[in-house]
Design a binder for this molecule. Structure first.
Ligand code: NDP
Ligand code: MG
Length: 393
């Protein structure tokens, strides 16, 4: 029986992880859960169903509200809150595998704590590696913590590598669907509405990553994520657009053999893999791929002109300073503002570019310097956004 904890249990990845825990109840035990305060009803249902020992919510008020909803339970779980609470969930003594399914920089500190505690990390929270990969990966080595990617492309690369080393790789083919604006021209993209950007053709995901998929920032963040996970120069990571999202990525080895991983676009596939790694456990929850029904797959070059977020992320990917952290923070603020209707779609890349141009980066940063760079970038982005946001309203 594998004992797991989830940071972000009420989100898209969190809920799908619990679907697997439900289907594989004899194999997986949910020991600890953390979530935000937007869906306390759902969190209460999860607690009643899975009976974890420890829960974390953001505040005392949320803890009180949740306790009120758990009145029917014979034995209440321990409820903690805030950043220390997230770290308590991430490092719970009984947990073997931590699923990091919170969005954004928020995941960094608990993930770092879990790495120090030698946990296996089923990593969905890519922003942690984007902002602090240079620190997290050596730390994982030092503390013997396994990091198994949940992001579908990285799971595909991980599975395709199967024991081969970075030196055996010629290049990585990192696939992406192209998002909802793949075929839109520049003028139309500039006028994209929130509901257009939230309509992803292949994947149902949380709001932030859905917008990142529309700007293609998601693919850029994934280049940086892959760079750290697989210790490979970004120049050897080739982004290609594959609208069907069936080949989740591939590794081209030095002998020109290309090994990829395929499956239907269903996140439960890479989550299932990460939860059971290194075992292969048969799945009732993930539908099988029928290649005859699929018929064909297509591939095309990405357009860096229509999608400047991808270009910017690729530009910072090879740097060993705080530039990726600054880009990530500026993106989080800009995406949030777009989702609130404060800025237009193409103002997301414009703002990020202005923040990058305005910032002095710290080379080979430690944790404190990464946190400081993140905070400063958020502040700069908000300041630069003020006149735009006022004009839009
Ligand atoms: P969602 O927005 O759906 O979920 C985010 C989760 O984090 C929710 O449970 C939310 O709780 C919780 N949360 C928010 N604030 C806090 C807090 N202060 N403390 C604890 N938990 C908090 O995101 P996704 O599931 O889409 O994405 C999660 C991560 O996985 C992201 O980094 C994303 O890039 C990555 N990923 C996601 C994929 C997907 O298919 N969704 C695919 C590949 C990667 P609540 O809403 O209840 O307040
Ligand atoms: Mg992905």
């Amino acid at each position: 029986m594998k004992r797991i904890a989830i940071l972000g249990s009420t989100g898209s990845i969190g809920r799908q992880t619990l679907d697997i825990a439900r289907a594989q109840a004899s194999e997986l035990k949910v020991v600890a859960l953390a979530a935000g305060s937007k869906n306390l009803d759902l969190l209460a249902q999860q607690v009643i169903e899975f009976k974890p020992e420890l829960i974390c919510v953001p505040s005392v008020e949320a803890a009180k509200e949740l306790t009120g909803q758990l009145g029917c339970m014979q034995k209440l779980p321990e409820i903690v809150f805030g950043e220390d609470g997230l770290i308590a969930v991430a490092t719970h003594g009984a947990v073997e595998t931590l699923v990091t399914a919170v969005v954004g920089f928020l995941g960094l500190k608990p993930t770092a704590a879990a790495v120090r505690a030698g946990k296996t990390i089923a990593l969905a929270n890519k922003e942690t590696l984007v902002a602090a990969g240079s620190m997290i990966m050596p730390m994982a080595k030092q503390y013997g913590a396994n990091i198994v990617p949940v992001d579908s492309e990285h799971s595909a690369i991980f599975q395709s590598l199967s024991g081969y080393k970075t030196k055996d790789i010629k290049q990585i083919w990192l696939t992406g669907s192209g998002g909802p604006f793949r075929t839109w021209d520049k003028a139309k993209i500039a006028e994209a509405r929130i509901e257009d950007a939230l309509r992803h053709p292949n994947w149902a995901m949380g709001a932030k990553i859905t917008i990142d998929s529309a700007t293609l920032m998601n693919k850029g963040l994934e280049v940086i994520e892959a760079r750290w996970l697989f210790d490979i120069e970004p120049e050897r990571i080739r982004v290609i657009i594959h609208p069907q999202s069936i080949l989740h990525s591939a590794v081209e080895f030095v002998d020109n053999s290309v090994v990829g991983q395929m499956g239907l676009p269903d996140m439960r596939l890479p989550i299932h893999f990460a939860l059971f790694y290194p075992e292969r456990v048969s799945s009732t929850e993930v539908p099988a791929l029928d290649l005859i029904k699929l018929g064909s797959m297509t591939f095309e070059e990405p357009d860096y002109d229509r999608f400047p977020c991808l270009r910017m992320a690729k530009e910072v990917a090879s740097k060993e300073d705080t530039s990726a952290c600054v880009l990530n923070a500026a993106n989080e603020i800009a995406v949030d503002a777009f989702l609130k209707g404060h800025i237009k779609f193409m103002e997301i890349p414009e703002l990020i570019e202005r923040v990058l141009n305005k910032t002095n980066f710290v080379s080979k940063p430690n944790l404190e310097q990464i946190i400081e760079a993140d905070e400063r970038s958020r502040k700069t982005t908000s300041e630069l956004m003020l006149p735009i946001a006022q004009a839009t309203r």
